[in-house]
Design a protein. Structure first.
Length: 159
């Protein structure tokens, strides 16, 4: 049986497109920038996009292990934790003072990210029990979402 050259061209291009899409989705890491590497436990990794025109944007810090907390900071940070579980951020809205560090902890069995709608901070994909922390140095409202499951939203209010 002989195939028409145009049919072979279409099939070959379709296969190449599928291979490209699969490779691209693997390289993007489920919605994170491919330039961001996941860190091993205990090693800090930067997970912020470059700030926009506002150069006084909040500073951030991503950690894979919170074991470095002192006893005093552990008490404070417990009040500034957001749990990711059952495809929700809890609490969904949190009000904190300027200078507070918020830590998101993924307690879900699927990866999630934490991304500010204003692109001031963004985590890598967080697996179960992974953490992401961000220090808010300026007042304002900071809405955020999961880049993988965009229906998941929350807000930090800094006063």
């Amino acid at each position: 049986m002989r195939y028409h050259p145009k049919s072979l061209f279409i099939v070959r291009n379709a296969a190449a497109l599928v291979a490209l899409l699969v490779t691209g989705s693997l390289l993007t890491g489920c919605g994170t920038d491919s330039g961001h590497a996941t860190s091993a436990p205990g090693i800090s990794a930067s997970a912020i996009d470059s700030p926009g025109p506002n150069t006084s944007s909040p500073s951030q810090q991503a950690t894979a292990d919170a074991g470095a907390n002192t006893p005093d900071s552990a008490e404070t940070s417990a009040a500034h934790q957001i749990k990711i579980d059952n495809f929700t951020f809890s609490p969904q809205t949190l009000t904190v003072p300027v200078g507070a560090t918020i830590t998101w902890i993924n307690r879900d069995d699927v990866p999630h990210t934490v991304a500010d709608t204003g692109k001031r901070f963004k985590s890598v994909a967080l697996d179960t029990d992974d953490k992401f922390s961000f220090t808010f140095t300026t007042p304002g409202e900071f809405p955020y979402f999961c880049g993988i499951h965009t229906h998941m939203t929350g807000k930090i209010i800094v006063k």
